[in-house]
Each structure stands twice: as C-alpha cells, then as structure tokens.
Ligand binder design. Structure first.
Ligand code: RIB
Ligand code: CA
Length: 313
C-alpha cells in the first residue's frame, strides 16, 4: 500500500535528509511540500524546499507557510545548527521554478478534501501550518488519516530549553491546538531521535547509495555534524525528521506508548510536552486531551538499515 503524505517542513539539513528519504521510498507518495518558518525564515524554507524538489527531479508543489508563531515575536531561527542557508553553507544554487500560489494551510485543506481519509500529514517543523489549516477547515481531523509529528520530548530533556524541543518550542500555542484536535497523532520526539546518533560514515554510505541525493546530504551534514559533535569524543549527528516517515514504512521499528499530552505555553514551560501515559493520571487537564501515541523505543540497526536501503532504491 502506498501512503499519500503531505510533508510539512522547515528545511533544514535533517529535513533535507527526510525529504529525500520520502522521495526514495516506494511506500510513500509525496503530494507536496508545505513549508514553515523554523530552522530558517519562512521564505528561505520555501526556496530550500523547492531546491530539494528540483534536485530530486520531482514535479510536486512547494508552498510557502507561516512566517510567525501564533503568539509572540518572530523566531530566532537555528542558523547555528543548519548554516546561514539552511544547508550547511554549501553554496547550493537557487531554485529555478516557482513557489505554489497556495499557502501551506490552503494546500493541506485542499488535499484533505480531495482525498478524504487517505492523507497522512508528516510534520517535521513547527506546527503553525497545521493549526492554521484547522482554523480554515474545522472538519480537517475527520478528513485526515493520521498526523505523524517530529517534535517534543516526553521522558527526556529538551534541546532548546531544559524542557522543550525546538519544533514545539517554536510555536507552542499552535502545538497545543494541534495536540488538542481529534485526529490520530503519532509523535516522534527526542526520546527516540536522540537515542540514535549517526557517525560521519553513515552519510558517506548514503552518498554511496545515491550520489545525487545522498551526496547532497553528506555535504550539507558536515556543518550540522560539527554542531552536534561539540564536546563529544566522536563526531555525530541526528536525523530527527526521518523518523515519522520510517514509521509509515515499517511501524514495527518503534515501540509506541498511548497517553494524553499537554503543551506548555507560559514563558518558563514554553513548548514543554508533558505526557501522561494511559492510567497514570486522574487530572482533567490531561484526560480532556485526545489520546495520542508517542514513540518511546526504536530499533537502531533496523532503522539504520531502512534509511540506507531506501536511499539506494
Ligand atoms: O528538534 C529537532 C527538530 O528541530 C528537527 O525538525 C530539526 O529540523 C529542527 O527543526
Ligand atoms: Ca525540521
């Protein structure tokens, strides 16, 4: 079975790795990229998305999305992780095509109406576009098959603050709206993505598997690896955004825990994902939220093999 997806993304180096992984997977049909601010400003995210689509020779829409969080000032972006260009400063040429005239939220709603019950939204950036789409179409949860999110930290520390992961922290109000909607959510947070560091020979293997796409990831990830290797004995980096896609290909790669999740929105807890597994709380603050599934364990060798084999297809 092929999974129709919309990939909501803020490219970004691990986003690029994930986008190519989705393109290479025969089990996945990418209907379009919806982009959002996050690692880089919104206009750069859209242009980067288009560059990746052109590099992969795909003919799919790339939409411009939210430039600002629901509440609060413009984000500070993560150029120190992803480079000034979002691609590790590799001087990749600008795209030649055009950004789609629809906004990211409009595209999500249009596709959900066109393919009711068929689409999985894979969200690997701040959840701003999804919250805007819910405003445009309040019936969206009943039109969408599932929402697979890279974001949050259920039982481990955050990466922006001690309690918050970047995607959720970037637009905590939007995240609280998205986690409060009644659609099946699968969350892949730092619990699993930080559990699997990749050494530099991993990206070299991706390049051997696929000179063009893997070669791009290998070059872009040098800057990213430097960031993630600070204070470590061995160089390493993380490919967060590919995890919710791998789940589509093979759900048995992950152990999932069911429960209720709240997102902190006050300044101290901004973006904190407080997760109560089923049966662990009687608090209405959690029980009133829909049940979601959080990835709490991942099979390292099999996931690594899945990434490598898929790049070679
Ligand atoms: O915390 C990791 C997430 O933040 C990833 O989606 C990465 O691309 C950044 O946006
Ligand atoms: Ca991302």
């Amino acid at each position: 079975m092929t999974h129709k997806i919309i990939l909501d993304t803020d490219p970004g180096i691990d986003d690029a790795m994930a986008i190519f992984f989705a393109f290479q997977a025969p089990e996945i049909e990418v209907l379009g990229l919806t982009t959002v601010f996050g690692n880089v400003p919104a206009t750069m995210a859209a242009k980067n998305g288009l560059s990746l689509v052109e590099l992969a020779n795909k003919n799919i829409p790339v939409c411009l999305g939210a430039a600002m969080p629901h509440v609060g000032p413009e984000s500070t972006y993560a150029h120190f992780v992803h480079g000034d260009d979002g691609f590790g400063n590799i001087n990749h040429p600008a795209p030649t095509g055009d950004i789609d005239p629809r906004t990211s939220a409009e595209f999500i709603v249009e596709m959900a109406r066109k393919y009711p019950g068929e689409i999985t939204i894979v969200a690997v950036g701040p959840l701003s576009n999804l919250a805007l789409a819910l405003k445009l179409e309040p019936q969206l949860p009943s039109l969408v098959k599932a929402v697979n999110i890279m974001g949050g930290a259920a039982f481990v520390p955050g990466n922006v603050t001690p309690v918050a992961e970047a995607n959720i922290w970037n637009d905590a109000y939007a995240a609280e709206i998205v986690f409060g909607a009644s659609w099946p959510i699968n969350m892949f947070g730092l619990d699993v993505t930080y559990d699997l560091p990749f050494p530099p020979n991993f990206t070299a293997t991706l390049r051997e598997q696929n000179q063009v796409l893997g070669g791009f990831v290998e070059r872009a990830a040098r800057f990213y690896t430097e960031f993630y290797s600070q204070g470590k004995d061995e160089p390493q980096c993380f490919f967060h955004d590919a995890f919710p896609l791998a789940y589509l290909i093979d759900p048995s790669l992950f152990e999932m825990t069911e429960g209720h999740l709240r997102v902190g929105t006050d300044p101290l807890h901004q973006g904190q994902t407080s997760f109560a597994p089923v049966g662990t709380t009687t608090s209405e603050h959690w029980l009133k939220m829909p049940l979601i599934r959080v990835a709490t364990k991942v099979d390292h060798p099999r996931l690594t093999r899945c990434f490598i084999e898929t790049y070679g297809k």
